[in-house]
Each structure stands twice: as C-alpha cells, then as structure tokens.
Write a protein that binds this ligand. Structure first.
Ligand SMILES: [Zn+2]
Ligand SMILES: [Zn+2]
Length: 331
C-alpha cells in the first residue's frame, strides 16, 4: 500500500509499505477522504510538542473511509469514521468519560500511523457508521468538528449570547457553524484574511472583519481558534466581565503570551483550554450528521489525489484565495 509518511521533521514521502492486517477486535479500513490541517504542518515541520508525536509517522487524523475486512461486527463495505484518540478505557480520566485526557496518549496520525494511506487498522470499538446521505467531505471533517463540539459543550453558552470567534481557518469556521446549536444572538468572526469572508458568512457568522478594533469587545463567549500569540491576546481582550474565553488553537510548542493578570481578575473572566475531543463528543457529531442536522461539505474548497500531496501541502501553507478544508482523495 501507499503511505504518506513524515520520516523525520522536514522529510515527507509517499512510500510503499506492506499491507497491514486486522487482528482480533480490529477492522481494516480503506480511507477515502483525508483532511489536512495546520497540525499536520506542525508535524511535518517538527513544531509539535514532542510528547504528542513520534517519527516516522503516517499522516492523517481527519478522515473517513470504507471497511474492507476484519471484525465481522462491522460489515465490509460500511462507510465509517473512526475516533482518532484511542482511549485505554482503564485509567481514571477514561473512567469518568474524559477520554481526551487518557493517561496513555495514543492517537492516529500523531503517534500511531494515520489515514493518508490505502489501508489502516483500527479497533472496532472506535468505529462509527455514517448514514448513506452523509458526504465523504462531512465524514472527513468529523475530527475537527468533534474538537469544536467538545469545547462548546463544556462552555455551554445559554441562548442569546454574543460570540466572537478569533481565526478564519477550519476550526474557526466550524466554531462559527456549531455554536448555532446553542442559539447565540450574534456570531462575529475576527479573521486574518479578507478572502475568508464568504466562507465565514456561509458557516453562519453574522459579521466578519479582519480588524480587531472593528470586532470590538464585550463578548460573552470568545473562541480562540487561530493559534497565534496575537490571536490569544485579541481573544483575552475581547471578553466581557464575567465572560468566557476558550482556547483551541496551538500557537506552537513553548510560545508564550504576556497576560494582564489584573485584567483577568478584575474581569472575573473564565479562561479555559480544550484539548481534542471525548468519545461522547465524537458520537454527538456523528449523530448530528446522520440525523441531517449538520452538513459540513461547504467547508471543503481544495481536493487533491494522494499522490499530489505536495500541492495539497502548498495550498495549506499559502493561499491567497478563499480556503476551507484541504482534502486528499485516497480512493
Ligand atoms: Zn487536524
Ligand atoms: Zn485511559
């Protein structure tokens, strides 16, 4: 099989590997669509926290595919998504449902080979079937959507809130879409590139701007999804007293931001990080897709066959035009 492998930071190749085989309790899946994101660039470039990656690694943590063999609990031909975090189910956090914080970190595309390959083996317990109407594009977006869903589920905004999303990449656009499940009054997106405006409005933003001064402040809920030091500073400065800031972006291992502690204390603010997703957040997103409540296809703007991974990575690094999700088509 082919496998898109980062051998070591800076060295990525599409290599031939022996086909894997499914053991007991496992299924063999043929990935169809694999999304790339900024975290993949961090893995390629070696910017990611070393505790959360190993090299060599096959990329691909946002994907959907077809079961082709293995455990008979899922029939061959079933269209599926597979949770990327592999919880041990034995530790304290797993026992309380916080599977994103499992004490044994194990995740496809990070320290376990991912889906940018013709085949992948996965535990059958992590497999979720997609309804026939759910597109491959939506399936490939379940992973980042579950990340956003988990953060919002934790923040639990009551209806009528003023929401600011900082960022204009996939996670930010998904946040602008998903927060509507909690009936906000307004959703402002503070982006970096004017070309992203149509995607942001399509996602459900009521307003899009690239000027922090225009976005203003006094927000009930601020979701930081840009992953830069400047964006974190903007997010912290835009929350109202008593409001909530959720940090989702990764500025890079060891990036620091000066914070006015007095402002946070006087502002009675809640600032929280949200890491990855729980099994239950993943299941909720699949339910929304299967019920037809959510369709994420609008977000995919770039598609490349697997062998053109170089062009896909370039599209991810620099785009002057509107850019949503960049997909690799494997099958
Ligand atoms: Zn990602
Ligand atoms: Zn665990």
């Amino acid at each position: 099989m082919r496998a898109l492998t980062v051998r070591t930071p800076g060295e990525i190749i599409l290599e031939e590997r022996a086909d894997p085989f499914a053991g007991p309790g496992e299924v063999l899946v043929a990935p169809v669509a694999v999304g790339l994101c900024g975290t993949d660039l961090d893995i390629i470039d070696g910017r990611i926290d070393p505790a959360y990656v190993r090299y060599p690694i096959v990329l691909g943590h946002e994907w959907a595919g077809t079961v082709v063999g293995g455990d008979p609990a899922v029939a061959a031909g079933t269209r599926v998504v597979v949770e990327g975090v592999v919880p041990c189910r034995a530790c304290g956090p797993c026992g309380s449902g916080d599977t994103n914080r499992c004490e044994s970190y194990d995740e496809f595309g990070f320290n376990r080979d991912g889906a940018a390959a013709d085949l992948l083996v996965a535990p059958v317990r992590l497999v979720h079937e997609l309804a026939a109407h759910v597109t491959w594009e939506s399936g490939a977006l379940v992973e980042p959507t579950a990340v956003v869903y988990r953060a919002l589920e934790r923040a639990r905004p009551v209806p009528g809130r003023r929401v600011l999303v900082v960022g204009d990449g996939t996670v930010a656009l998904l946040a602008a879409r998903l927060v509507h499940l909690w009936s906000p009054a307004t959703v402002t997106v503070l982006g970096a590139r004017p070309a992203q405006e149509p995607l942001a409005l399509g996602a459900g933003a009521t307003r899009f701007t690239t000027e922090a001064a225009e976005a203003g402040g006094g927000y009930d809920l601020v979701i930081e999804a840009a992953g830069s030091a400047a964006a974190v500073t903007a997010a912290l400065g835009a929350v109202r007293r008593g409001g909530n800031v959720v940090l989702l972006g990764f500025p890079g291992n060891d990036v620091q931001v000066p914070v006015s502690i007095d402002d946070l204390v006087n502002g009675d603010a809640t600032v929280s990080g949200s890491f990855s997703y729980t099994s239950s957040a993943w299941a909720s997103v699949v339910s929304l897709l299967n019920a037809g409540t959510l369709d994420l296809s609008f977000l995919v703007t770039h598609r490349f066959p697997l062998e053109r991974y170089g062009a896909a990575i370039e599209a991810l690094r620099a785009a002057s035009e509107a850019r949503g999700k960049v997909l690799l088509e494997v099958a």
